[in-house]
Ligand binder design. Structure first.
Ligand code: GLU
Length: 436
């Protein structure tokens, strides 16, 4: 056997991460490190561990798009199908200038754990397009959305892979994508995409579902740690769909006072609380939360370290790291973003007694209502919003309690516990299917 064959047959776990030259904050390094830690605790068999360290499939695409100024620009994008042992791949599509294949791989892995921890009959996938949607016209965005579906459409299908919105993608973008896919198939197949507008087969309760699921988790976390949330302070980092609704529902459902919020351009602070109706109106009018009347300016970094009871990181990956984790003062960190905390920071938070509700549990409300949307599309029968809220609450609470109980059983932090719950379910499916 020559050297090359030998090394390709060597599946010792440490050959993959540490020698691959990933940078510290590379999300895929982080996703794998988390998996490795959980695998060690649960004594996961080698073949199962190895298959879970890789996406099963991924497609890299180039998309020519006609721009408004008459030129043609070539955009690049990806779709990663991480693991579909439990059902069709499921996960959003991000439009972001800093998108990379490793980010999409990590996010697809987290979708696999997310659907498993919620016990949804789905796998995990993710898509991404490298672009700056803020500098594109609506026409350009539509042409890019359609071009993306023309390229990745061959991988999609109700039983194969079902995308949804994510960072900087909207229900309108989902509508264009569902339309393009329907024309490719020659019949309406709205169920292939979730997060659609209601008029096109979207589900009631999908818009605020990500934040609502997280708010139910915060309610449950407060109960298990014996904390009364009414009148307590919260801060929200990120003011997109998840961040805005976290602000609204922390006030409306939990009776909290949200004292600081931020977006990519900066943040605002008012110790007496911020009114969500006024803040969103200001953001819509000016493009940012900055300079909101009656507030003082605060940076995103300062917001994370504020003396609040609940912190909602609701923007992007790797914002709580070994550099700032020791300065986090919140008692509960509710991760509405995907991947906001690095593994090094996780240990610091755990040792400091911070109760972290990990991303793929905390933000799973979105995909859970997406699953309800798929069921409704297939059924051709649509539920009332109240019914969706009830079903979502039941699913989130069951997942929360299972993770909390597992953390107690092994004396580990909640993220590792959530991994153990999810891995057990994915491995059971892979074994039943005869993959390992
Ligand atoms: N993009 C959301 C997430 O990261 C929702 C995914 C979905 O609905 O499929 O969970």
């Amino acid at each position: 056997m020559n050297e090359r064959n030998e090394s390709s047959q060597c599946t010792c776990p440490d050959m993959i991460i540490e020698t691959d030259g990933f940078s510290d904050n590379n999300p895929f390094r982080i996703a794998r490190k988390q998996l490795d830690e959980a695998a060690a605790i649960m004594n996961l068999d080698h073949a199962s561990h190895e298959i879970l360290r890789w996406p099963l499939r991924e497609l890299h695409v180039a998309m020519p798009v006609k721009m408004d100024n008459g030129t043609t620009r070539i955009f690049h994008g990806f779709r990663v199908q991480y693991n579909d042992a439990r059902g069709p791949n499921k996960g959003g599509i991000r439009f972001h200038p800093d998108e990379t294949i490793d980010t999409v791989r990590a996010l697809a892995a987290w979708m696999t754990w997310k659907t498993a921890v919620l016990d949804l009959p789905l796998g995990g996938g993710k898509g991404g397009v490298i672009c700056d949607p803020k500098s594109m016209s609506s026409g350009e965005l539509e042409r890019l959305s359609r071009a993306y579906i023309r390229q990745v459409g061959r991988m999609l299908g109700l039983e194969k892979d079902v995308p949804a919105p994510d960072v900087y993608t909207t229900p309108q973008i989902m509508a264009w994508m569902a339309d393009e896919y329907s024309f490719m198939q020659g019949n309406n197949e709205f169920g292939v995409i979730t997060g659609k507008p209601i008029a096109l087969g979207g589900s009631a309760g999908r818009t605020d579902a990500t934040a609502r699921g997280g708010i139910y988790c915060v309610r449950d976390a407060a109960e298990v740690i014996g904390m009364n949330l009414a009148g307590k302070k919260a801060a929200v980092q990120g003011y997109g769909n998840a961040g805005y609704y976290a602000h609204k529902l922390a006030v409306d459902i939990l009776g909290m006072k949200v004292v600081a919020v931020s977006d990519s351009k900066g943040g605002i602070h008012n110790p007496d609380g911020l009114d969500y109706t006024e803040v969103i109106a200001h953001k819509q009018a000016t493009g940012s939360v900055n300079d909101f009347p009656g507030s003082s300016a605060i940076s995103n970094e300062e917001l994370l370290e504020l003396d609040v009871d609940v912190l909602f990181p609701s923007a992007l990956e790797s914002v709580i790291t070994s550099t700032n984790a020791a300065n986090i003062k919140a008692r509960i960190v509710a991760e509405l973003a995907n991947g906001p905390t690095t593994p090094e920071a996780d240990n610091i938070l755990y040792n400091n007694g911070v109760y972290v509700i990990p991303d793929f549990l905390c933000n799973a409300g979105g995909v859970t209502v997406s699953y309800f949307e798929m069921v409704q599309n297939t059924y051709g029968f649509y539920w009332e919003e109240e019914e969706i809220h009830k079903l979502l609450d039941k699913k989130m609470t069951a997942a929360f309690l299972k993770v909390h109980e597992t953390a107690g059983k092994y004396s580990i932090h909640n993220r590792l516990a959530a991994y153990i719950v999810a891995i057990e379910r994915v491995v059971e499916a892979m074994k039943l299917r005869g993959w390992v």
